[in-house]
Write a protein that binds this ligand. Structure first.
Ligand code: HEC
Ligand code: HEC
Length: 335
């Protein structure tokens, strides 16, 4: 944590050689360090506000039907709430959309791609990607800039967010603003967090007992650290046809069916589960781990589920700062 804070100071220091940006207020509880921020995309309130509008804007999709928020809904802790959310024109999806709580701390990003290191770069996948098509903007980068700059509301937001680039409206600046907004999607106020900060009463006895089972059963070897993920790839079950996971990127046989350990923050709200959304409930997801099947009783699974419920942060899913802005620029999301 201290390292992250030091790196942030360094990042801001480098980027702000000419005019130091005002320190960003992360609104973090005591003892939680801020996430790393790339030196060339320092945080600012104006950038975050722009990113939030863009996150809810369906004009980022080719036919104006899909916003980021269509597949990343706040009430589902910014997951989709369905197993596989189709892309534009009902293009079938391959994978389940993960929640975005504390995504600023995660690297690599996505289920099975070690090259996805930063939020700025990840955006190309939904906006421009073709396997699968999500927002369908491949080859239409200039169209995004055209649509956004046609709107006076956006022109003033870009001007406030990117004074050093004279308010340039482009896919690149839009992506930087989106990444800045995503970095603010912080979830540190679940009963689990409050108990760790010394509020013993925040955690129910069931959840406390469940955490003991969670650790005894070895869950925390992979679901470790503050976000309950080691950020590493593991094979937990025989791969299913059609998705070879990490092997698709590395071509190594031992990576067949390996996926990144998902964070368990707000997991009670992020179902359906697993990379393909094949587990409708948390218990099914637990029993989908081959190693867990032999060792866990139904009682153990119930105890663990009670613990996992303590990772639900109501403040996160109800925080108006993350919601659809009351006054949107561009085209509001349509579903
Ligand atoms: C059609 C649905 C859809 C849309 C629209 C969409 N996403 Fe996603 N998102 C997904 C899916 C599916 C994944 C997982 C992809 C994978 O791992 O292969 C994902 C993964 C992510 C991740 C990685 C999260 C993690 O835990 O590593 C981020 C960040 C993200 N999306 C942000 C965005 C942003 C920002 C937008 C808008 C520009 C967006 N998404 C639009 C479906 C969508
Ligand atoms: C060897 C590492 C490892 C261990 C040990 C492990 N998990 Fe997982 N867990 C994963 C991976 C990898 C996935 C994603 C697999 C996939 O999508 O195919 C996952 C998925 C999950 C999910 C679904 C989350 C989501 O958002 O889709 C839950 C819930 C879960 N694990 C809970 C547990 C519990 C409880 C235990 C202990 C009984 C446990 N895990 C042990 C690696 C592990």
């Amino acid at each position: 944590m201290r390292l992250a804070a030091a790196a942030l100071v360094l990042a801001v220091g480098l980027a702000g050689a000419a005019a130091a940006p005002a320190a960003f207020d992360w609104r973090l509880p005591a003892g939680v360090g801020p996430p790393l921020v790339p030196a060339d995309n320092p945080m600012s309130a104006a950038k975050v506000e722009l990113g939030r509008r863009l996150f809810y804007d369906a004009d980022l999709s080719v036919d104006g039907t899909l916003a980021c928020a269509s597949c990343h809904e706040q009430k589902h802790a910014f997951s989709a709430g369905v197993a596989l959310h189709p892309g534009v024109r009902d293009t079938p999806a391959r994978r389940n959309a993960p929640g975005l709580a504390n995504v600023a701390y995660l690297s690599p990003l996505t289920w099975a791609d070690p090259a996805q290191k930063a939020l700025e770069g990840q955006l190309a996948t939904p906006i421009l990607g073709e396997h699968p098509v999500e927002m369908g903007m491949h080859g239409q980068e200039a169209e995004i800039a055209r649509r956004l700059s046609a709107d006076p509301c956006y022109r003033s937001l870009f001007a406030a967010a990117f004074p050093e680039r004279r308010g340039e409206v482009s896919l690149e600046t839009a992506g930087r603003a989106l990444a800045a907004f995503e970095r603010t999607l912080l979830s540190w106020n679940s009963p689990y967090d409050r108990a760790r900060r010394g509020e013993a009463a925040a955690l129910s006895d069931e959840a406390r007992a469940g955490e003991v089972v969670f650790r005894r059963a070895g869950c925390a070897t992979c679901h470790s650290g503050p976000n309950l993920t080691d950020g590493a790839f593991h094979v937990i079950a025989a791969p299913r046809a059609g998705d070879l996971g990490l092997q698709e990127k590395t071509a190594r046989a031992r990576d067949t069916g390996a996926f990144r350990t998902p964070s368990l923050r707000n997991v009670a709200l992020t179902g359906p589960y697993l990379h393909d959304g094949s587990a409708p409930g948390v218990r099914m997801a637990i029993f989908a781990h081959d190693s867990a099947v032999d060792r866990l009783s139904q009682d153990d699974a119930a105890a663990i589920s009670a613990f996992l419920t303590s990772l639900t942060d109501r403040d996160f899913v109800e925080n108006p700062r993350f919601a659809l802005p009351r006054e949107a620029c561009g085209k509001a999301r349509t579903n």
